[in-house]
Design a binder for this molecule. Structure first.
Ligand SMILES: [Zn+2]
Length: 398
């Protein structure tokens, strides 16, 4: 920090576990030598310090950067910021450094610094994956009824290796959620959130809706991405381990992976066991690519919420007058999947996945964390959900 702030440079003469010896790069006589007094002490003691640099020992900087301002130094400096907000932008780190040290560090170095800080705070990515099985086992042992399902792949880079298990997906759900869902409405909202960590992936979340129209956390899974295979796997896990209820309403966006899973009779969500409904807000925003006018999109939303056929027809008529192509597009989306009039009472009045998204927003910060911290966070959030509900139930009972 001293050298960075004074634009001076040192060369490292010795740096090992017990000695750190630095010397002025211009050999003006400045030097610093520290030793570690015992094996157990964490710091170094300065034993010799020859200073200051000679008056004419000034290094002209050719660029607006300092060689000692590496990602480790930056990481130390920004750690407290990253801890408060793991979603912090790399540009923000660059700005901080510029304000504090008056140097411009490249994006890549600032990115590495953030990565180092995240590793120090939340644990590193590799060991987070390898410690996950033990962590899940501990979760299961201490929380009765918790379900964890692993999926491993035996193919590594196109070759079959039977003696090696490579993590592909994991599904988890906490015991109280399975019991509690029996008392919730027969509605499940499903949604995927992209993860931004070193290993990209997607967090799939299923939530229910309780009798007070509050989101009810149900199940989670870490998968490689949203596709037919991953959604089918997730939905099968839900059917096998979470709920066998019939007449379920599943609300989602129109991802092809979800539609395929819902239509696969082997998975258990085809009619009459389950009914697929689309999130009206997602649908309306899909219309953006067909029509610019927000008024027309709002008319579509109004149409979706109409419970009387006459009013629905009137809205569709005005959409058709504004844009014939849009009406044709809407007409090919099956009416029961979006219109409350054609719903048959499956949705219980729930037209969007906003419920589950509010819960997912809580997990947003976790999108930058190593997997174990992510799983841990879902545990704490679910735990908090039940604690708050129990407390409010107890005060009402008093
Ligand atoms: Zn010097």
């Amino acid at each position: 920090m001293y050298s960075i702030q004074r634009n001076q440079f040192y060369t490292i003469v010795t740096s090992n576990e017990s000695v750190l010896h630095l010397r002025c790069k211009k050999k003006c006589g400045w030097s610093l030598r520290g030793t570690r007094t015992s094996e157990h002490s964490r710091g170094f003691t300065i034993v010799t310090y020859k200073c200051p640099h000679r008056e004419n020992c000034v290094t002209e900087l050719l660029s607006n950067d300092h060689p000692h301002l590496d990602s480790s130094i930056i990481s130390e400096f920004v750690k407290s910021f990253v801890q408060k907000d793991p979603t912090l932008k790399v540009e923000f780190i660059q700005e901080l450094i510029s304000k504090q040290f008056h140097f411009e560090v490249p994006y890549k170095r600032a990115w590495y610094a953030k990565d180092k800080a995240i590793t120090q705070i939340f644990g590193d990515w590799e060991s987070s994956y390898s410690r996950l099985p033990q962590f899940m086992q501990a979760l299961q042992q201490s929380n009765q009824g918790t379900v964890v399902i692993w999926k491993h792949k035996a193919l590594v880079e196109g070759r079959y290796t039977s003696n090696m298990e490579v993590f592909e997906r994991v599904f988890w759900e906490f015991g109280p959620c399975i019991d509690g869902f029996k008392h919730c409405m027969p509605v499940i909202c499903i949604d995927g959130t992209h993860l931004y960590g070193k290993y990209k992936g997607t967090l799939l979340v299923a939530t229910g809706v309780d009798g007070n129209f509050q989101v009810f956390p149900l199940a989670f899974a870490l998968v490689e991405g949203e596709n037919i295979s991953s959604w089918s796997w997730f939905m099968s896990c839900l059917r096998d381990r979470v709920t066998q209820r019939d007449g379920l309403c599943v609300i989602s966006d129109r991802h092809a992976g979800i539609i395929a899973a819902m239509n696969d009779p082997n998975i258990g969500f085809t009619q009459p066991r389950a009914y697929h409904r689309f999130c009206v807000r997602h649908l309306a925003s899909n219309l953006k690519s067909h029509v610019r006018s927000t008024i027309t999109r709002d008319t579509f939303k109004a149409a979706a919420y109409q419970r009387q056929e006459r009013k629905l027809q009137a809205d569709l008529f005005s959409i058709g007058q504004a844009c014939t192509k849009l009406l044709q597009y809407i007409a090919q989306v099956p009416f029961p999947t979006w219109s409350l009039f054609h719903d048959g009472g499956r949705r219980h009045g729930i037209c969007t996945t906003n419920f589950s998204e509010t819960f997912n927003n809580v997990l947003k910060g976790a999108r930058f964390m190593p997997v174990m911290s992510l799983v841990e966070l879902t545990f704490h959030k679910v735990n908090r959900y039940f604690t708050l509900r129990r407390e409010s139930a107890e005060t009402r009972a008093e």
